[in-house]
Design a protein around this ligand. Structure first.
Ligand code: GLC
Ligand code: CA
Length: 585
């Protein structure tokens, strides 16, 4: 019987990869676009690092963390909106695109951040929110002042319906009617999100020209690119009309109208021509529910964006009645959604792969079975996502395995969508306690708690009082504890990043095709990456040992989330939550 222990090999390989990654690589991949060979990292500015003790993260906090982010290996940082804003939706309600909100710093801080990041080979990517503005934006203030001024057609206005009420029965994403009455104009304006977030009228060429001007202004300042918010919402289905109600409130989700709209990519292509392409800027779209035939227009060779997020896993278990009726994904559902997404983008372009972001619960709490929070399981989930074809997009805290937080009462909740879903749950007859327990696993606040730098007070995030309660698990889960500890989640991510950047493997890891392996094997998620080498990536989604037959001889063990690997008789014995990247001979 052939039985080998790969422990030493794994350690050696990891060491070689780290060395290789720090040298100047000669991989073929080098000639391709810069962002494909790096990894991207999302920063929720409010919760990353506070430097002036007001309890809110700021731009200086990011600048002071650049050496850390470079050590991690991030080549692009997406910052959530830090423009001037009343903060009704934590900055996704922009009052002035040309100003930094004083809570986050100044324009000089932003220039410094762009420059300091650039010196470290890191590009800054800002959030482009232009489906809507804040109702405090001077554009809207002017628009609502009358029906005949320069900006009166910059937003979407309609006369009251026949009964004098809202023009249609659409429900906004954050609950309630999507229409708000304005007494001065005697009309309603449309808001897909909060009523403080009126939708811009993209059909108006002046609006588009003004937005392109703003984008170019930022790109000329040295910005690396943009993450583009909620773009699927900018094109509306005309003429406006009611849709069948989907809840007892008699309203229908505005999504039903949006998903019928055609031609959004004509707008986006125009935008790319006017802004991103001449600047050679990076762009990543927040695109939901795209049609497969539209993918080439979005991320193809001449697509309007460099890449877009794959959100297919996010929808698993969603129930139209609300979060209270929704289920968490099972490993089999997760695997199926991921493989389907990999198939869709094959030969077309690059998805950006995530397990979480500032709008979602923590991936390790969402995709791993209830209660399974071991480091091994966290590494497995992270590794399975990271090794997919596409751009790995880490969210702050993911690299140290941050988990969902705990809510002692609804008073702990900041997120407007959680508050809305809580009300929906109460309306459906749940008690307060049941409603809180039902919405907690889906809350956006889970990802928005302060970054856990250390075991010091407030997890080292602030010297003041944090704007949002720190996750109480910070003494156990924090960066200071993990940095330099070889078996930590953090060092595991670093080894994945080193593999992606290593000259020998970059071609395969970045560009190789994904091919599912044994997809029907329950609780096993495995796939090949086929490029100039063949890798087998596998994770055991089970708290029990299992065997996995091998498709061939193992050439090298590249990544292992556990100290050992035993292989015998053409199979590997996988311990609970074991994750492997093997090179086939
Ligand atoms: C996007 C953002 C989210 C925000 C919404 C409205 O989905 O990611 O945080 O609430 O747009 O702007
Ligand atoms: Ca601050």
């Amino acid at each position: 019987m052939k039985k080998r222990i790969y422990r030493i090999l794994a350690v050696l390989t990891a060491a070689c990869l780290l060395l290789a990654a720090s040298g100047a690589g000669a991989a073929k991949a080098e000639n391709e676009l810069w962002w494909k060979n790096t990894i991207a990292y999302e920063i929720y500015v409010r919760s990353f690092r506070d430097t002036n003790g007001d309890g809110i993260g700021d731009l200086k906090g990011i600048t002071q963390s650049l050496d850390y982010l470079k050590e991690l290996g991030a080549g692009a940082l997406w910052l959530t909106p830090c423009y001037a804003s009343p903060q009704e939706d934590n900055g996704y309600d922009i009052a002035n695109f040309y100003e930094i909100d004083p809570v986050y710093g100044t324009m000089a801080d932003m220039d410094e951040l762009i420059r300091e990041a650039g010196e470290r080979g890191i590009r800054i990517v800002m959030d482009l929110v232009f489906n809507h503005t804040s109702d405090a934006n001077p554009w809207f203030v002017e628009a609502r002042a009358g029906r005949n001024n320069e900006k009166s057609d910059w937003y979407i206005w309609r006369d009251p319906g026949e009964d004098g009420g809202a023009p249609t029965n659409w429900r906004s994403i954050f609950g309630g009617s999507a229409w708000e009455y304005d007494p001065i104009r005697g009309q309603y304006y449309l808001h897909t999100f909060l009523k403080q977030q009126p939708d811009l009228n993209w059909e108006n060429p002046e609006v588009r020209a003004e937005l392109y001007k703003m984008i170019n202004w930022w790109l000329d300042r040295g910005l690396g690119g943009f993450r583009i918010d909620a773009i699927i919402n900018i094109k509306k289905f005309l003429p406006f009309r009611d849709f069948p109600a989907d809840r007892e409130d008699g309203l229908c989700s505005i999504r039903r109208m949006l998903e019928k709209a055609q031609g959004v990519y004509l707008f986006l292509d125009e935008m790319a021509r006017e802004t991103f392409r001449p600047h050679d800027a990076f762009s990543v779209g927040e695109v939901f529910d795209e049609k497969e035939e539209d993918l080439p227009f979005i991320i193809g060779e001449n697509g309007c964006f460099s890449t877009m997020f794959d959100f297919s896993e996010k929808h698993i278990g969603a129930d139209p009645r609300g979060w209270y009726a929704s289920a968490l994904p099972t490993p089999e559902e997760y695997k199926a959604a991921v493989f389907a997404a990999q198939r869709r983008c094959a030969g077309v372009g690059f998805f950006s792969n995530i397990i979480e972001n500032h709008d979602e619960p923590r991936g390790v709490s969402h995709y791993l079975p209830a209660g399974e929070r071991s480091d091994a399981a966290k590494k497995m989930l992270g590794g399975l996502n990271f090794m997919l074809r596409g751009l790995p997009f880490l969210y702050q805290g993911q690299e140290i395995g941050m988990e969902n937080t705990v809510f002692d009462s609804i008073g702990d909740v900041d997120d407007i969508s959680t508050l809305d879903e809580y009300r929906v749950a109460l309306d459906a007859g749940l008690t307060e306690e049941q409603a809180l327990a039902a919405v907690a696993p889906f809350s956006r606040d889970n990802a928005r708690t302060p970054f856990q730098w250390s075991a010091e007070a407030n997890a080292g995030f602030t010297a003041g009082t944090p704007w949002m309660k720190v996750n109480p698990n910070y003494p156990r889960v924090n960066l200071a504890d993990q940095r330099g500890r070889p078996d930590s989640v953090y060092e595991f991510y670093r080894s994945l990043i080193a593999l992606r950047k290593s000259p020998d493997y970059a071609e395969t890891v970045v560009y190789g095709e994904t091919e599912p392996y044994l997809p029907e094997e329950k609780d096993l998620m495995a796939y090949f990456r086929r490029g100039d080498r063949t890798l087998l990536v596998a994770g055991n989604f089970r708290s029990e040992e299992r065997t996995m037959p091998l498709p061939g001889e193992i050439g090298a063990l590249l990544i292992n989330n556990l100290p050992e690997l035993s292989a015998a008789d053409g199979a590997v014995r996988m311990a609970p939550w074991q994750f492997l990247v093997l090179e086939l001979a």
